[in-house]
Design a protein around this ligand. Sequence first.
Ligand code: HSE
Length: 434
Amino acid sequence: MDNALRLGIAGLGTVGTGVLDILKSHGGTLATRAGRPIALTAVSARTRKKDRGHDLSKVDWFDDPVALAAAPNVDVVVELIGGEAGAAKQTVETALANGKHVVTANKALLAHHGVALAKAAEAKGVSLNFEAAVAGGIPVIKTLREGLAGNAVRKVFGIMNGTCNYILTKMADEGRSFADVLAEAQRLGYAEADPTFDVGGFDTAHKLAILTSLAFGTQVNVESIAIEGIEAITLEDIRNAAELGYKIKLLGVAVAHAEGIEQRVHATLVPKGSPVSETDGVFNAVVVKGDFVGDLMLEGRGAGSHPTASAVVADVVDIARGFRLPTFGIPAARLRPYVSAPQMAHEGGFYVSLTLHDRPGAVASVARILADEQISIESIVQRGAASSETARATAPFILITHNTLEPAIRKAIARIEKDGHVVGNPRVIRIERL
Ligand code: HSE
């Protein structure tokens, strides 16, 4: 065991326990693949008493993960605490400062401090690996950093949050409420400690910022991402979209334009039958458009104990093999400064859901405003008024536009809202025709 790679795991929650499961199941195979044994020598977690189904009696226990990060019997610190600051950040910084390799699943930390941490790793000649930070078990970091090194990437997008995809899928397939399915996703270990990170789109934004840096060779920049979550999506939106030939997915999208980079996270209508639309449940899908390879889509489980642990262990094996790459594929000092594309560069179709007063001229007024703004309609659904007394005077009106520029649709909606025929707030969802 003299040449064993010694692991210290900080954080024994859903993913940490999954790592223990893999080490137990595949210890011998991993040693063969890596050319040396991988030995767990230290752990840190909030409570020692919890039964995790593993004998940890021979492993050093640290109440403080930062102390684990400095322990002499640890070569690789596996940081599974989570969060952009606090103990997670201190643990990673301490490990790197002590010349230890780091494997982390912490997307928030990398999205906010990725460049500084990459520099710290380079300064000590150690690895900072983070396959598990994006899209769970899908090897998307390896794909961008290694497999697509021969390409210029112009666009990367996908479904990167298992919790949101699970919620949207179950709402669509089973007609269940948002809150009910979110509780189930939490029970299954998909959601973040604070699930508003999932449903508010922030988790997807963290992952997108990392992919953007790898894809375009720019500094990580999460601050410039326009973020919308799925909290406002209703069962009615999902049903309307289905009727019109679409599904609703939470997408992260990054595009390299001549003027700069566009990054956005929002619920999106995608045509049924498109590959991303078929990615359901906890599955994630990442699409990369490379100039020589063409379009590539990777799909797999984006959350959960074992899929995410699978990515963590792959990073550990790379380190055991002595395989080391710059964190974001090129030396940190050569990452280009991030330049944002002008706001609202998006051009595409839009789903618009309105509640109109059920009276002559209402639809005509909406159509006139859209025509004024040069927006062409692809399809319309107008339902009869509902049966209750209060609802009788109003009618849902849903339309899909052909491709248009975002400023035009926003201007049209502002005019429609002021025109006196609409009740409540119009709902607008972007369409990606993929
Ligand atoms: N909460 C995340 C998700 C876990 O649902 O995708 C994986 O990052």
